[in-house]
Write a protein that binds this ligand. Sequence first.
Ligand code: FE2
Ligand code: FE2
Length: 252
Amino acid sequence: MKVLFIGDVFGTRGQVALEKYLPKMKQDYHPDLIIVNGENIDKGFGMTLKTYKFLMEQGVRCVTMGNHTFSKRELLEFIDDANIVRPANYHKDVPGKGVQILRFNDKTVAVINIMGRIFMGDPLDNPFQVIDTLLDEIDADYIIVDFHGEATSEKLAFGHYVDGRVDAVVGTHTHVPTADAMILPKNTLYITDIGMTGAKYGILGGEKESIIHKFVTGMPSRIKEDTSKKLQFNAVLLDVENHTIKAINIHE
Ligand SMILES: [Fe+2]
Ligand SMILES: [Fe+2]
């Protein structure tokens, strides 16, 4: 069972990168399931029905989210019926679900989205306690977790905490790929961050001038999506049956 997991797709350039590189990924690796982190797909902030449908048309089976889940309010209108998982450690009354069970042939794959709490600022339940509860409840052949967080230490600690209890932990949110794709001691596949998909020369997908201005002056600024031409595409190919993880990093 091969799963292609694509890191945070950022805005219009992210959609272009997906359309450009996904056919090659399908041809080269024949993934059984494609999962995408979609928290930034609509101009960098959240997801609309249009951008959700775009992902489904590309053959994506499940979309994971993060701190930008509800940046576009219209998501509230369709999240409950969609192939979307938002952080499982949100309050229980938050719309949507933190786990989705996918089927492929005779196997089931549980996809979980969960958020870290270090440097994130959101009022979230403890992800380590939440995952324990979830793992008691979930009945699936394979379990894949998107741990959406900023701190590398928290992500790695989470990976080791669930090592042997889930099949893969992939990190998202920082938009910068890490070089630590590995098999943990008890066979869980792990990477601290997959990296993003979108403009190569922006700053994490955002247009660089406004972000530099913010750092130089300390003044708040509205972040626009970067529209420059060169792209990056970052993903991991997980083989949850044979316990292999391969980082795919394309930088034009
Ligand atoms: Fe992101
Ligand atoms: Fe994020």
